[in-house]
Design a protein around this ligand. Structure first.
Ligand code: PEP
Ligand code: MG
Length: 521
């Protein structure tokens, strides 16, 4: 059995189709008729363009935006100019000229300091491969025509590959590279396709036409399982299906215990692309919007207006449901290249999150102004990460008040906002009685709270076996936070991954938790 990281739940059974990049061999040839070669390049680019334009008709959201960016790359005159120049100067064949010409452009992008521009080099690489496949007449697997019950196995699935797949026929996805928040992972979860990442040497371990059963919850992969294993997994799959159907009827209902305690069930999201799943699964709102998406996808700090538009759009699409937006939580494991943060010995305990915001007031005030303006269009709560002291909270509140005064003076509208803090440091837990006097709510970030309580780096996979969010110290921290929050009239939720751990739901109920914010699926 192989074991990887399950990134999309469920059990899948089927036959393997390997999606391997065709090896493209380029040889330089001397050519007399350069204009014929040039025409071949024009034709190949046009063919790729047509394919992408066709794809765009059937997709939406982020995927569509990415495809549109691909089209822009193809239509950029420098792409063709660079290639034609090589054909004419070297009197060589079209594929060689495309290889050399586009590699030059790729290198220029790779060398850019700006992480966004540098990442575009991979898109150009993708386009280069497609153009070369046309020129060399390499047939790709038609992803729209995969047989039923396909388990798709690839080193990595690009956005353009994923967009082409007829997902109805896919029973599972296994890749070597990819993360929980990769585009593929999001699509897999949205379409309820079990998926596993992190299988090393994937093509040595899994072969075309292997029969596979995978469990996207546990990350287990059974290669050519025995009849008994197959039968057992089929039964488990059927049971999961029934359980899911059973749960459908609760979708629109409130989460209320038999003795009348109501727990609000909200969703954690990473950006606007997740809103539809929140709505489809009838979450009661968003308990954590990680606002980093706006900063990490950009080439420089997003302006106040850019942020305002994004927050307003999300708030409006949630109608009047609660939307808790966490202010910038950068630093630690989340880097912003354009910010050029210095390398640190101990980044998890370093210059990050609210510490940066209170130091770089310009960045913080811009975000807060955008958030307050957006609050006129929905039910927005603002949440501050990595708090360790009452002084920090007092300082933040002063800044918020001064921005409100500015907006009032200029006649700019803003709504009523709840302000809360994340409880993710032991310091915040120990003074939660005092912090509760200052805020409207607490949301417990159990991912970081576990890391800081147990002194275990959450990024260090060598310590995964002892990174234990069920540790009594962590559970006592949660209990203390809830008690102190309630004494001062704060509502208390959990937005760390532990909130979705159903083996603890009863424990959290006994502790009196008010809200759980979990992955929307
Ligand atoms: C947490 O620490 O539990 C949390 C929700 O924040 P993040 O995972 O974004 O650090
Ligand atoms: Mg955190």
């Amino acid at each position: 059995m192989l074991v990887g990281k399950g990134i999309s739940e469920g059990i899948g059974l089927g036959k393997v189709v390997i999606l391997k990049e065709n090896e493209i061999k380029i040889e330089k040839q001397k050519i007399k008729d350069t204009s014929a070669e040039e025409q071949l390049v024009y034709n190949a680019i046009k063919e790729v363009e047509n394919e992408i334009e066709y794809l765009i008709q059937n997709i939406s959201g982020t995927e569509k935006e990415i495809m549109q960016a691909y089209l822009m790359i193809l239509q950029d005159p420098s792409l063709i100019e660079e290639t034609i120049k090589i054909i004419e100067q070297e009197k060589c064949n079209s594929s060689y000229a495309v290889e050399i010409g586009l590699n030059k452009i790729i290198k220029t992008f790779e060398d850019m300091d700006d992480p966004y521009m540098s990442a575009r080099s991979r898109d150009i690489e993708d386009m280069k491969k497609r153009i070369l496949s046309k020129l060399l007449n390499i047939k790709e697997i038609d992803l729209s025509k995969l047989p039923e019950n396909t388990i798709l196995v690839a080193k990595e699935l690009s956005t353009s590959d994923t967009a082409k797949i007829n997902l109805k026929n896919i029973s599972g996805i296994i890749t070597e590279i990819g993360g929980v928040n990769s585009h593929m992972a999001i699509i897999a979860r949205t379409n309820e396709i079990p998926a596993i990442v992190g299988i090393k040497h994937i093509f040595e371990n899994i072969k075309e036409n292997d029969y596979i059963a995978l469990n996207g919850t546990t990350g287990e992969i059974y290669l050519n399982p025995t009849e008994t294993e197959k039968e057992e997994l089929k039964q488990r799959k059927e049971k999961q299906k029934q359980e899911k159907q059973e749960l459908e009827k609760y979708k629109n209902q409130k989460a209320i215990t038999k003795d009348g305690h109501q727990v609000e069930l909200l969703a954690n999201i990473g950006g606007p692309q997740d809103i539809q799943i929140v709505i489809d699964n009838t979450a009661e709102g968003v308990g954590l919007l990680r606002s980093e998406f706006l900063y990490m996808d950009a080439i420089d700090f997003p302006s106040e207006d850019e942020q305002f538009i994004a927050y307003k759009k999300i708030a409006e699409s949630l109608e009047n449901k609660r939307l808790v937006i966490r202010t910038l939580d950068i630093g630690g494991d989340k880097d912003l290249k354009y910010m050029k943060l210095p390398k640190e010995e101990n980044p998890a305990m370093g210059y990050r999150a609210i510490r940066i915001c209170l130091d770089r007031r310009d960045i913080f005030r811009t975000q807060l102004r955008a958030l307050l303006r957006a609050s006129a269009y929905g039910n927005i709560g603002i949440m501050y990460p990595m708090i360790i002291s009452v002084d920090e909270v007092k300082e933040i509140k002063k800044i918020v008040e001064s921005i409100k005064a500015e907006l009032t003076e200029k006649g700019i509208e803003y709504g009523e906002v709840e302000q809360g803090i994340m409880i993710e440091t032991p310091a915040a837990v120990m003074i939660s009685d005092l912090l509760a006097e200052e805020v409207d709510f607490f949301s417990i970030g159990t991912n970081d709270l576990t890391q800081y309580t147990l002194a275990i780096d959450r990024q260090n996979s060598k310590l995964d076996n002892i990174y234990d969010s069920h540790h009594p110290a962590v559970l006592r921290m949660i209990q203390k936070t809830i008690e102190n929050g309630h004494k001062a009239g704060c509502w208390v939720g959990i937005c760390g991954e532990l909130g979705a751990d159903m083996t603890l739901t009863e424990t959290f109920l006994k502790m009196g938790i008010d809200e759980l914010s979990v992955s929307p699926t």
